[in-house]
Design a protein around this ligand. Structure first.
Ligand code: NDP
Ligand code: 2IT
Length: 445
C-alpha cells in the first residue's frame, strides 16, 4: 500500500477498534487508491480519505418488542448514514444475529463506491439489527419491524435516507416497515423505502435484480475471453434472494448450476438445480435446503462442509462476507475455475482475492457485480418520483444497460491505470473518483 495512504489507514483503524470487517473493507479499497493520489494531490490536501472513512452520522438504538409468548425481547438497531455526496443515503437493512457496528460500517462503506458506480444519484448507507428472523412467526417479525421503524422513521425520508432489504429483510419486512412509517408520519411517501410490493409502489425486477445483475456482470467478464455462460458449470453459495435469482439467470443463459448452499450445508444436483422447487421451498415455505434435497430425486445433501469443494468453471458467492477463504479459492482454481462474480458483499477474503488474481481468474468484486440490486432500487425511486410504473421488459433493459455500463467503467478504469483486467482496481478507483470529485465540489462539510 502507498505509504501516505497506509498512515491514514492506520489512523482510521485505531479510531475504530474491534471492527474487523470494516478494517478489511477499508484496507482493500485503500490498496487500490495510491495511483489516484499521484494524479490528484488535491484529494490528499482536502483530506478526502479521512472524511470518507468517518460516517456522516451513526445511529444506534434499542428495539424492544414482545414475542408470541408475551416475553419482552430487546435487540439493537443500527443505521449508518455514511456519505451523501451523490444523493440521499441509500442501502439495505440486514437482520441477522451476527450484525454489530463493524458489519454495518463495512457494508455502508462498500455501498458508497457501489452506488457511485451505478451512475445513479444515490449516496451510501446501511443499517440493520442483531434480530434473528429465523424461526419467528409473521406476527413476531411484524412487531419487531414496527418497533424498529418507531425509532428509524425520524432519521429517514425520500430526500434523506432510503433503506431497502439485505440478509433477513425481504418483501415481508419492507411491508411491515413501510406500514409503520406511513402510520407514524401520516404520509404515503413511496420513495422512503425500496423493495416494496408491486401493488403499493414497488418496481418490477427489484426482487430479481441483484442476482440477475451479478450474472449479467459476469457474462460481460466472460465475453472478454470470447466465451459466455452457455455450457458453464456453475456453483452458487447461499439460497436466498440473490442466490436464487442468480441461479435462474445463469440457467436462462445456458449454464448448468450444480450446487447451492445455506448456513447448514449444501446440495449437489448434477442435473441442474430445479428452480421451481427451490423457489417453492425457500420463498413460499421458508424451508431449508435439506427439504429441497429430500424432495428432488438425484440431488444429494452435504451437512456442513464447503460448497467450494464442488468443481465449477464459474462461481457465484451469494451468501455472506468472508465465506470463501484462500484455501477454498486454491481448490476452485485447481478444479478449473474461469470466472467468479460476487453476488454477496465481500464474500472473498483478501487471501482468496489474491489467489484468484494470481491465477488469472476473471474476478468481479461485489461493489461492481452486485450493484444491480441498488441500481434497480434507484429505478424504483425514479418510478415513485414520477408516480409511474414500468414494464418488466423495460426495467430489465435498464438494469442490463447499467450492469454493462458498470463493467465498462471498471474495465476502462483498470486499463487507464495500467492494470487491464483488474476489476478490483477498476471498481475501487472508478467509484472513488466520482465521490471524491463531488465532495471537493461541495466544500468542507
Ligand atoms: P437472504 O437473507 O435472502 O439470503 C441469505 C443467504 O445466505 C441464505 O441462504 C443464508 O443461509 C445464507 N447466509 C447468510 N448468512 C450466512 C452465514 N453467516 N453463513 C452462511 N450462510 C449464510 O439475503 P440476500 O440473498 O438478500 O443477501 C445475500 C448477500 O447478498 C449478502 O451478502 C447481501 O449483503 C448481498 N446483497 C444483497 C442485495 C439485495 O438486494 N438483497 C444487494 C446486494 C448485495 P441461512 O438461511 O441458512 O441463514
Ligand atoms: O448491498 C446492497 O446493495 C443491498 N442490500 C441493496 C441496497 C438497496 O438500497 O437496494
Amino acid at each position: 500500500m502507498d505509504a501516505r495512504l497506509e498512515a491514514i489507514r492506520d489512523t482510521v483503524l485505531a479510531r475504530n477498534p474491534g471492527e474487523a470487517e470494516f478494517h478489511q473493507a477499508i484496507t482493500e479499497v485503500f490498496e487500490s487508491l495510491g495511483p489516484v493520489h499521484d494524479r490528484h494531490p488535491e484529494f490528499l490536501e482536502a483530506a478526502i480519505l479521512e472524511r470518507l472513512c468517518e460516517p456522516e452520522r451513526q445511529i444506534i438504538f434499542r428495539v424492544p418488542w414482545t414475542d408470541d409468548a408475551g416475553r419482552v425481547q430487546i435487540n439493537r438497531g443500527f443505521r449508518v448514514e455514511f456519505n451523501s455526496a451523490l444523493g440521499p443515503y441509500k442501502g439495505g437493512l440486514r437482520f441477522h444475529p451476527s450484525v454489530y457496528l463493524g458489519i454495518v460500517k463495512f457494508l455502508g462503506f462498500e455501498q458508497i463506491f457501489k452506488n457511485a458506480l451505478t451512475g445513479m444519484p444515490i449516496g451510501g448507507g446501511k443499517g440493520g439489527s442483531d434480530f434473528d428472523p429465523r424461526g419467528r412467526s409473521d406476527a413476531e417479525v411484524m412487531r419487531f419491524c414496527q418497533s424498529f421503524m418507531t425509532e428509524l422513521y425520524r432519521h429517514i425520508g425520500e430526500y434523506t435516507d432510503v433503506p431497502a432489504g439485505d440478509i433477513g429483510v425481504g418483501g415481508r419486512e419492507i411491508g411491515y416497515l413501510f406500514g409503520q412509517y406511513k402510520r407514524i408520519t401520516n404520509r404515503y411517501e413511496s420513495g422512503v423505502l425500496t423493495g416494496k410490493g408491486i401493488s403499493w409502489g414497488g418496481s418490477l425486477v427489484r426482487p430479481e435484480a441483484t442476482g440477475f445483475g451479478t450474472v449479467i456482470f459476469t457474462q460481460e467478464m466472460l465475453k472478454t475471453r470470447a466465451t459466455s455462460f452457455d455450457g458453464q458449470r456453475v456453483v452458487v453459495s447461499g439460497s436466498g434472494n440473490v442466490a436464487i435469482n442468480a441461479i435462474a439467470k445463469a440457467q436462462a443463459l445456458g449454464a448448468t448450476v450444480v450446487a447451492c448452499s445455506d448456513s447448514s450445508g449444501y446440495v449437489v444436483d448434477e442435473a441442474g438445480i430445479d428452480i421451481v422447487l427451490l423457489r417453492e421451498v425457500k420463498e413460499v415455505e421458508r424451508g431449508r435446503l435439506k427439504d429441497y434435497a429430500e424432495r428432488r430425486g438425484g440431488a444429494s445433501y452435504v451437512e456442513g462442509g464447503s460448497v467450494w469443494d464442488v468443481n465449477a468453471t464459474v462461481a457465484l458467492p451469494c451468501a455472506t462476507q468472508n465465506e470463501l477463504d484462500g484455501d477454498a479459492a486454491a481448490r476452485l482454481v485447481r478444479n478449473g475455475l474461469l470466472a467468479l462474480g460476487e453476488g454477496a458483499n465481500m464474500p472473498s477474503t483478501r487471501d482468496a482475492v489474491a489467489v484468484f488474481q494470481e491465477a488469472g481468474v476473471l474476478f468481479g468484486p461485489g461493489k461492481a457485480a452486485n450493484a444491480g440490486g441498488v441500481a434497480t432500487s434507484a429505478l424504483e425511486m425514479q418510478q415513485n418520483a414520477s408516480r409511474d410504473s414500468w414494464s418488466f421488459e423495460h426495467t430489465e433493459e435498464r438494469l442490463t444497460e447499467i450492469m454493462v455500463g458498470i463493467h465498462h467503467r471498471c474495465a476502462s478504469t483498470a486499463d487507464e491505470y495500467g492494470d487491464p483486467g483488474n476489476y478490483v482496481l477498476g471498481a475501487n478507483i472508478g467509484g472513488f473518483v466520482k465521490v471524491a470529485d463531488a465532495m471537493l465540489a461541495q466544500g468542507l462539510i
